[in-house]
Ligand binder design. Structure first.
Ligand SMILES: *Cc1c(COP(=O)(O)O)cnc(C)c1O
Length: 388
């Protein structure tokens, strides 16, 4: 029997090793891995440069404490600041920590300018910001919060796309609007660029902050470093995690100068956050993603993949309802419940993962080869043919 808690519904398979886009099971079977730890292994499994970075650092220093200056963290923060809207960075270890810390930053900013009553965060109902107590109540999902009362106060909700309700929900007490630029768990729902611009405008008018949760859609996943970049919008606060560590647990809050001013000494901390080992990996990931041609390739290859998936949708209009997402954050929405389809893909050695609204999430590593995309397309085609 397993002594692990029951809180996951695990597939009955284990993997021994991975290389690039592939995983090898303990039975010796090879799988094309288009889950990649849920958009975490941005550079696939066992990337030689990440192996080198962690090996080298592991021989020097793993952990010290934020009681001391950590040069590897200074370096990663400066790279992030140079690449993005951010002036300041706070390192965490996970996505939920990064979203929670983002909430703290927003509230603390208004506190620091003498408006502590502005402390409510407006979020999308049934979004996903992580599994800590505050994050589940921020997500506004009945399923995630059931049995975990008392309720963590301070969150208001509107339905995705319901602009009237969004505007109605902003009060004098609203500190920030927090949304995923592209809803991941919620079914790969993209906020259109014009909506992001409108959100920014509303935030400016009401003098509230814009938090864009890029934990899943950020770090090159869409072909841009951040999913919001195409809209030209500048958020105030952006939590990141998943892709930045390439498989090592790493999260961060990115902030502009204005909001960072509230986070004075002693206002936040994390024992592990930003330790040299994590920073070494983060630096290696960002160096590779920042190479000139890297995101161009993500754009080019993902465009090809989307076109082919849309062609499959045309071929099987009774099975596939919609191809969603951007770059390599892809959702195949079915008309029917998707678990059987995912199982069939797996029998054919392609790993994918579910999201809400009958969506199958397809998350290749960002450096996936075109031949691997073709292999996945063949498998999806085959499963569509036999699926009804
Ligand atoms: C995964 C995710 C989180 C939570 O990240 P954890 O590392 O699991 O805590 C938060 N927000 C979004 C958008 C995510 O996809």
């Amino acid at each position: 029997m397993s002594h692990l808690a029951y809180n996951y519904n695990r597939k009955k398979i284990s993997f021994k090793s991975g290389k690039g886009s592939y995983l090898k099971s303990y039975k010796g079977e090879k799988y094309l891995d288009f889950v990649q730890g849920i958009a975490v292994n941005s550079l696939g499994h066992a990337h030689p440069k990440l192996i080198k970075a962690i090996n080298t650092q592991s021989k020097k220093l793993w952990h010290v404490s934020n009681a001391f200056i950590i040069p590897e963290g200074e370096l990663l923060a400066s790279k992030l600041a140079k690449k993005t809207f951010a002036d300041y960075v706070m390192f965490q270890n996970s996505g939920a920590e990064a979203t929670e810390a983002s909430i703290k930053v927003a509230r603390r900013y208004f506190y620091s300018i003498g408006q502590p009553q502005k402390n409510r965060i407006l979020c999308v109902r049934n979004s996903f910001h992580g599994r800590t107590l505050a994050a589940i109540y921020a997500s506004g999902s009945k399923k995630m919060t059931e049995g975990f009362g008392p309720k963590v106060e301070g969150f208001d909700h509107f339905d995705f796309g319901d602009h009237k309700s969004l505007k109605r929900s902003i009060t004098k007490r609203t500190a920030a609007i927090m949304v995923e630029t592209i809803m991941g768990e919620g079914g790969i729902k993209v906020i259109p660029d014009w909506c992001l611009r409108e959100l920014r405008k509303i935030c400016n008018q009401k003098k509230i902050l814009l938090i864009l949760d890029e934990v899943q859609c950020g770090i090159g996943r869409t072909g841009d470093f951040f999913a919001f970049e195409k809209s030209k919008v500048k958020p105030d606060i952006v939590p990141i995690a998943k892709g930045i560590g390439g498989g090592f647990p790493l999260g961060a809050v990115l902030m502009n100068k204005k909001v960072a001013s509230g986070m004075t000494q002693g206002t936040h901390g994390s024992t592990f956050g930003g330790n040299p080992l994590a920073m070494a990996v983060g630096n290696a990931v960002i160096d590779i993603i920042s190479k000139k041609t890297f995101l161009d390739n993500v754009k080019k290859n993902s465009l090809y993949f989307h076109q082919k998936l849309n062609a499959l949708k045309e071929m099987f209009p009774k099975t596939i309802k919609e191809i969603r997402g951007r770059g390599f954050l892809i959702g195949i929405q079915l008309y029917k419940e998707q678990s059987k389809f995912i199982e069939e893909l797996m029998k054919n050695k392609l790993l994918t993962i579910r999201a809400a609204e009958n969506v199958i999430r397809v998350l290749p590593p960002l450096n996936v080869k075109k031949s691997e995309l073709d292999q996945a397309l063949n498998i999806i085609h085959k499963v569509c043919k036999n699926f009804n």
